[in-house]
Design a protein around this ligand. Sequence first.
Ligand code: AMP
Ligand code: MG
Length: 332
Amino acid sequence: MITKVLKIDINSLQLARNIILSGGAVAIPTETVYGLGANAYDTGAVENIFAIKGRPNDNPLIVHVHRGFDISELVTDIPDYAVKLADAYLPGPLTMVYRSKGTVSPAVSCGLSTVAIRIPSHEGVQKFLKYVNLPIAAPSANISKHVSPTSAGHVYADLNGKIELILDGGVSAGGIESTVLDCTGPEPVILRTGLITREMIKKVAGACGVYEYKDGETARSPGLKYKHYSPDCRTKLFKYEEISDAMEYFTQRMRNGVKAVILCDDHVAKMVGVNYVLNLGKTPEDMAANLYARLREGEKIAQEIIAIEPKNKSGVMAGVLNRLKKACAEVK
Ligand code: AMP
Ligand code: MG
């Protein structure tokens, strides 16, 4: 299959709609990462997405809709705090989990009674969603467990030959996946950290829990239990307090003939004193935007990425650190 990469215009939108209506998958830009979208009402189309990505079949997908879409077609029991949060932060990088009305295919939520809904703010994807006027189930447009894509080029590198069309909407400005928020209980609970932080949710909803998955238990958000976001090379993560250990390890690896590279923020980059590092940038927002591109750069140029955590770990950094830890996790 030839994979086309097209800018978003009336011709590419028409092609995208034809593919979606015939049960196919289209890669779409969003403000977080690129997604691989299919008609959420069509079980065959949704199952196809799992097959293309090699995604475990118990890891549910997020359903994307345009800003005018009436989500009461898809979900029930929308609590007051969710209405307030939607007013404050949507369209944007916040996915909200509700009880499903059972209208989307059961394959979307892998048998759960809930469904995750997102209204992305990226103008290109809004045009696409409006044009198809269907709920679009979309996980990130990468091979399962690999680093998420933040450009059409990243999607092409993973899915060339496997899909017909990549809509090119430029580089994803946000850079890490949306915050996933459980809105089925008396107060919202963060299932996955992201650019909409706990502080931001608390400010609007009054309260906000954070779910922490513990190994072995049934995950409230099944995606949490898998290794994710991993580059195709060795990785090792050091804490901020362990910079000197990281540098000793780096020197050792290089001495043993292993091509290693340091991944860190701008502050740490200035401390380590090596010529070339994968620099994530200065602010938490820069680091979120750059993380996946730097990991993909690292896997191309090095045999091992030695990552050093930044000093600050709150707010948006919590999301960045969560992805960095998963990228460097040892379990598959
Ligand atoms: P991805 O699309 O690869 O960014 O992953 C989607 C994330 O949303 C995964 O962590 C899923 O476990 C989570 N998710 C999707 N649907 C649900 C749901 N109904 N309940 C809880 N988590 C969900
Ligand atoms: Mg993903």
